[in-house]
Design a binder for this molecule. Structure first.
Ligand code: APR
Length: 251
C-alpha cells in the first residue's frame, strides 16, 4: 500500500486535484445491496419494471414500492470505514477534492463528506412530476402525495435508465477535467456516463486508481488497481497517505 500511496502523492504534486467516484460496492459493507453482484438487486427486480420512466408511467405503485423499501432500509444502516476514510481524504485536500457518487443513499454525508455530487439522485428526496420542485422526503411516497407548490404528483428524485444524470452539464466535467488522480471505488463501471469519467481523466494525463473486490470490464484504464474491500483498503491507504503528507505526525 505504501507504493500505491507514493504514486498517488507524486501524481498530485503541489496543487493537483483529486476526484473520487463511488458505486454500490462502497456501501456493501454497510449492508446496502449492490446491483449486479451475486445477491444484487437486479437479481430480484427487473430494472425495466422499477427504474425507468416507462415503468413509472405504467405502474407507479410498483416503482414507489421499490424505492419506499430501499428508503426504509436506508434508515437501518450506518456508514462504514470506507466512507469514513473518504472523509479523511477530503480533509487532506480540501477544495481540491470532490466526491462524485452513483449512490442514492446518504452514507457519505452521514460519515461527514461535504463536497458530494449525487449523479444518480437521492433516496431522501422527492420531485414533482409537473413543476420539478425537489423536497426532502424521509418516508414513503404514495400516489396520494401532492407537490406543495402545484399539487402535482411526486416521484423519487432518482435518475432512471434513459434519463440524464445530474451535474453532468458542468460540475462533474469540471471536477474531472485536468484532475490529477481519479479513484473509482466499488463500481462495476458498466453504466454511462459514470463509466466514462475515468477515460476523461486518463486522456488528460491523470492517474486512475480502481478499488474493487475484482477486476471490472473497464479495469484496463486504471494504472493502479487495489483489490479488496473498500472498507478495509481505503483506511489502509489513508494511513499511508497521511503518513506521507504529515510525516511529523507519523508513528
Ligand atoms: N468493496 C469494493 N468493491 C465492492 C465491494 C466492496 N466491499 N462489494 C462489491 N464491490 C464491487 C463489485 O465487485 C462490483 O464491481 O462493487 C461493484 C458493484 O457494481 P454494481 O452492482 O454494478 O453497482 P454500480 O457500479 O454502483 O452500479 C451503477 O447501476 O443499476 C444502476 O443506478 C444504479 O447507480 C447504479 C449503477
Amino acid at each position: 500500500m505504501k507504493d500505491a500511496a507514493r504514486r498517488i502523492i507524486d501524481a498530485i504534486g503541489e496543487g493537483g486535484r483529486v476526484a473520487v467516484m463511488t458505486g454500490a460496492g462502497s456501501s456493501a459493507e454497510s449492508g446496502v445491496r449492490t446491483f449486479r453482484d451475486r445477491g444484487g438487486l437486479w437479481e430480484d427486480y427487473s430494472l425495466e419494471e422499477v427504474a425507468t420512466s416507462e415503468a413509472f408511467a405504467t405502474n407507479p405503485s410498483r416503482v414507489h414500492e421499490f424505492y419506499n423499501t430501499r428508503r426504509a432500509h436506508l434508515a437501518t444502516v450506518q456508514p462504514n470505514d470506507g466512507h469514513r476514510a473518504l472523509v479523511r481524504l477530503e480533509s487532506l485536500f480540501g477544495d481540491r477534492f470532490a466526491l462524485i457518487t452513483q449512490h442514492v443513499d446518504d452514507l457519505h454525508e452521514r460519515a461527514g463528506s461535504r463536497r458530494v455530487f449525487h449523479m444518480h439522485g437521492e433516496l431522501y428526496k422527492a420531485r414533482c412530476v409537473e413543476c420539478s420542485d425537489v423536497v426532502e422526503w424521509m418516508g414513503d411516497i404514495s400516489l396520494d402525495d401532492g407537490c406543495r407548490s402545484c399539487s402535482g404528483s411526486m416521484r423519487p428524485h432518482i435518475v432512471w435508465f434513459g434519463e440524464v444524470p445530474f451535474f453532468m452539464e458542468e460540475e462533474i466535467p469540471d471536477v474531472c477535467d485536468g484532475c490529477a488522480v481519479f479513484f473509482s471505488i466499488g463500481t462495476s463501471g458498466t453504466v454511462y456516463p459514470a463509466a466514462g469519467l475515468a477515460s476523461m481523466v486518463s486522456l488528460g494525463g491523470g492517474l486512475c486508481v480502481e478499488i474493487n473486490l475484482e477486476t471490472t470490464p473497464g479495469s484496463g484504464i486504471f494504472e493502479l488497481q487495489i483489490e479488496g474491500k473498500a472498507g478495509e483498503r481505503l483506511p489502509a491507504l489513508l494511513d499511508e497517505l497521511e503518513a506521507l503528507l504529515k510525516p511529523e505526525e507519523a508513528v
